[in-house]
Design a protein around this ligand. Structure first.
Ligand code: 2RA
Length: 350
């Protein structure tokens, strides 16, 4: 018997990408049940070429389910993932509700896939999209050189803030696109865009050094997630991490500029070769030909794209690089699907 999968949050931004991913990857599932809030119940969505009716979230929808994926807000996961587990499912959760729980593994299959078996609560967490956009490449470099310090600046896409973020960016771009005088006086873009939506400043014609909520000492929740999740996934509880998260006027695909320091000396050509041979990573690094990853070229693809790989001028143990990853695919739905596939293999093997 092929295992039964429930997709909770099937109608959201990540849920929509999930249905596409489930329709194009190898089919390892028997029944796929689509679940969402009562508001979306009754809608019909296509997965694997078949229309499936969305069911309202309720304890009974988990009966007979082997794996339940959650792409819902933290408070919904917190309440409902344990319900799915109590009904016999393993929960794979893409919210922040359980990521730092010691009894919940935080899994990236290319980096620490073996951790899926270590799940005392029956829950496995999927990392935040910003961590996920870099961690496959960083994990490969860590295996070779032993990571000691990570300095990260993110360039995060609007879709990280959901459909409202995407709609706000498009609305703002439409409002600033015809006035060619804009961008030359302080406040003129702010006056032109009107609604800020989920962002604290205009996103069109701008960059915004903020994502998430305010935490102690001026750090944002997003910056702390990148630090704490990287430490947990890499198994480096003392890793020194400094992060500045910035939102940029890109619809989808997060980019990160990284300065990584290792225990041993590094070599840029060797790093390029080992990244190029790592599953889930593509190296695009020929600046003489104008070749490096950009979000506009990477969006819609699965791998982490890495370029601008340089050995630090001042420290032979440090690498500087730039990478891009689709925040809705590897950054969310794809990684969740990969974790679920590891579970499906367990169930199928009996
Ligand atoms: C963002 N990482 O980009 C968040 C979404 N999970 O805002």
């Amino acid at each position: 018997r092929l295992p039964t999968l429930a997709v909770v949050g099937a109608t959201g931004a990540v849920g929509t990408v999930m249905l596409d991913i489930l329709s194009t990857r190898e089919n390892v599932w028997g029944e796929i049940r689509l679940v969402a809030s009562a508001r979306s119940a009754g809608k019909r969505l296509t997965v694997r070429g078949e229309e499936v009716e969305v069911q309202a979230l309720a304890p009974e929808v988990f009966d007979g389910v082997d794996v339940a994926m959650f792409d819902v807000p933290d408070e919904v996961s917190k309440e409902w993932a344990p319900v799915a587990v109590a009904r016999g499912a393993v929960a794979v959760d893409n919210s922040g509700a359980f990521r730092l729980d010691d009894d919940v593994p935080l899994v990236v299959p290319e980096v620490n896939g073996e951790q899926v078996r270590n799940r005392p609560r029956g829950i496995i967490s999927n990392p935040n999209c910003t961590t996920l956009s870099m961690i496959v490449a960083i994990g490969a470099l860590h295996r070779a050189y032993g990571l000691t310090d990570l300095v990260v600046s993110s360039y995060q896409a609007a879709s990280g803030a959901g459909q409202e973020g995407v709609d706000t960016l498009h609305d703002q771009i439409a409002k600033v696109s015809t006035d060619r005088t804009l961008g030359s006086r302080a406040g003129d873009v702010r006056a032109a865009v009107g609604e800020l939506g989920p962002f604290p400043a205009p996103l069109a014609m701008n960059v915004v050094p903020w994502a998430g909520s305010l935490k102690d000492d001026g750090w944002s929740s997003e910056e702390l997630k990148v630090r704490n999740e990287s430490r947990k996934i890499l198994g480096l509880p003392d890793l020194r991490v400094a992060v500045t998260c910035v939102r940029v006027p890109v619809v989808t695909t997060h980019s990160l500029a990284i300065h990584a320091t290792f225990a041993t000396e590094v070599d840029a050509d060797e790093a390029r070769r080992l990244l190029a041979s790592s599953p889930g990573v593509v190296v695009q690094d020929d600046p003489a030909k104008g070749e490096f990853p950009t979000p506009a070229d990477v969006v819609g693809t699965d791998p982490t794209w890495v370029g601008r790989i340089r050995r630090s001028i001042d420290d032979p143990r440090s690498l500087d690089l730039f990478l891009c990853g689709d925040n809705l695919r590897k950054g969310a739905a794809l990684n969740t699907a990969q974790i679920a596939e590891l579970l499906a293999a367990e169930f199928t093997a009996g």
